[in-house]
Design a protein around this ligand. Structure first.
Ligand code: C2O
Ligand code: CU
Length: 369
C-alpha cells in the first residue's frame, strides 16, 4: 500500500492495519515509524496472514483524524469461494456535526468527552448519513461484515427479515457459528454474519440501536427489498480453521484499568498514563495469560496490536465462543482472562479503543522479545 499524506500543513499521520498480524515495522504507529508528514509518501509492505474482516485508520491524533473520516474496511477472503449471493461490508460510525452540518469542533477532553468518549449526533453507514438500500434475493445467502469505527460508542445491532448467525468475530471464521437476537458491537470489533433472507419477507434490514437514548430506537441503516429469483436458502458449511487452545501458559501480564481525576482527568493502566509508563515486556512464543481488571465503572473496548487472543474467562466464569480476537469489551468492574501465544515479535500498542481514553493515557507498549 503506497500511502501519501495529503493532509494540511502540520497534520502528520500514519496508517494502522487494525487486527492484521503483520510485521511490526509496518504496524503504522509512531512507536515503530516516524509519522508521515504532509506531502510525504510511505510504502507499507506486508504479508497478510489471516482471512477475515479488518479495518484501517491513522494512529496519530486518532481521536480527531478518525472522527473526521480517515478509516476504511479491509476484507481478506478465504481461499474457498463460498456460494454467496452477496458479500457486503457495513462500516458504522457516529459523528458529531454542528448546526451548519460541519464536523463539530473537538472539545477539551477534560469535559464530558474525556469521560465517555465523543458520542455523535449523526449515524453513518459506509460514510453516508442516508440508509443504504439495495435488493436482496428471497432466500438469498449473504455475508455481512460489520465494523464499528465510532470514536467511543458501542452500537447494538440486529437484523430483521432474515435468519442470521455470527460466523466470525474479529479474526478468521469461528469453529462454530452462533445465533443471537442482537449484537453489542464495541468500537474496533468486527462481526461477520451469514444472513438468509426470509422467502416471504418484503425487506431485510440492518438496524442499529444506541444505548443511552431515552427509548430503544431502531435505525435501519441498510434496507434490502426482497425481490428476484430465489436463492439457495441454506446455511453454508463454513470451513473454519481449527482454533487450538493456548496451552502451557508460562507468563502473566496484568493490566489494571482505572480513572484518576485528582488534578486532571486521566485514564490509566496499572496506575500510570502512557506518557508516564515503562514498556511491558513478554517473551516471544511463550504462551501467556493477560489478566485485565477494570477498576473503573466505565466500559473499555480493549485492543491489542499484532497478536490474536482468546477470551477465556469473564468475572471468573468461562467466556465467549472460542475464536481469535484482537478487541474485547471490558465492562465496568469486569475482570477478564485472555490467552495469547505472543507469537508476533516487536513493539505493540495495547489500548482502550475509546479514542479519548487512549489520548488521556489508557495505552501501553508491549514488547514481545
Ligand atoms: Cu484500531 Cu491502536 O488501533
Ligand atoms: Cu476506555
Amino acid at each position: 500500500a503506497v500511502f501519501t499524506n495529503n493532509l494540511p500543513e502540520g497534520e502528520a499521520t500514519t496508517i494502522h492495519w487494525h487486527g492484521l498480524r503483520i510485521a511490526n515495522d509496518m504496524d503504522g504507529v509512531p512507536a515503530v515509524q516516524s509519522p508521515v508528514q504532509p506531502g510525504e509518501t510511505f510504502t507499507y509492505e506486508f504479508v497478510v496472514p489471516d482471512s477475515g474482516s479488518y479495518w484501517y485508520h491513522p494512529h496519530v491524533r486518532t481521536n480527531v483524524q478518525l472522527e473526521r473520516g480517515l478509516y476504511g474496511a479491509i476484507v481478506i477472503h478465504e481461499e474457498i469461494d463460498y456460494a454467496l449471493d452477496k458479500d457486503r461490508y457495513f462500516v458504522i460510525d457516529d459523528v458529531r456535526v454542528d448546526d451548519d452540518g460541519d464536523f463539530a469542533a473537538v472539545e477539551n477532553l477534560q469535559g464530558p468527552d474525556g469521560v465517555h468518549g465523543r458520542h455523535g449526533n449523526m449515524l453513518l453507514i459506509n460514510g453516508e448519513a442516508e440508509p443504504l438500500s439495495d435488493t436482496v434475493r428471497p432466500s438469498g445467502v449473504e455475508r455481512w461484515r460489520i465494523v464499528n469505527t465510532a470514536n467511543a460508542r458501542t452500537m447494538w445491532v440486529t437484523v430483521k427479515g432474515a435468519d442470521w448467525r455470527v460466523i466470525a468475530v474479529d479474526g478468521p471464521l469461528l469453529p462454530q457459528p452462533y445465533t443471537a437476537d442482537y449484537l453489542r458491537v464495541p468500537v474496533g470489533r468486527r462481526f461477520d454474519l451469514e444472513v438468509i433472507a426470509h422467502g416471504d419477507a418484503d425487506e431485510v434490514s440492518l438496524e442499529i440501536m444506541l444505548p443511552g437514548e431515552s427509548a430503544w430506537n431502531y435505525y435501519p441503516m441498510f434496507v434490502g427489498s426482497v425481490e428476484g429469483e430465489a436463492g439457495a436458502g441454506e446455511q453454508i458449511d463454513w470451513k473454519a480453521p481449527a482454533i487450538p487452545p493456548v496451552t502451557g501458559v508460562e507468563q502473566t501480564t496484568e493490566l489494571e484499568l482505572n480513572v484518576n481525576s485528582d488534578t486532571a482527568l486521566e485514564w490509566t493502566i496499572n496506575g500510570d498514563t502512557y506518557a508516564e509508563a515503562d514498556d511491558i515486556r513478554v517473551q516471544h512464543n511463550v504462551p501467556g495469560e493477560v489478566l485485565i481488571t477494570n477498576l473503573s465503572a466505565f466500559e473499555h473496548p480493549f485492543h491489542l496490536h499484532g497478536q490474536f487472543f482468546q477470551v477465556v474467562e469473564r468475572n471468573g466464569e468461562p467466556a465467549e465462543q472460542p475464536g481469535w480476537h484482537d478487541t474485547v469489551l471490558v465492562e465496568g468492574q469486569d475482570t477478564l482472562k485472555l490467552l495469547t501465544n505472543w507469537d508476533n515479535p516487536g513493539r505493540w500498542m495495547a489500548h482502550c479503543h475509546i479514542l479519548e481514553h487512549a489520548e488521556l493515557g489508557m495505552m501501553r507498549e508491549i514488547v514481545v522479545e
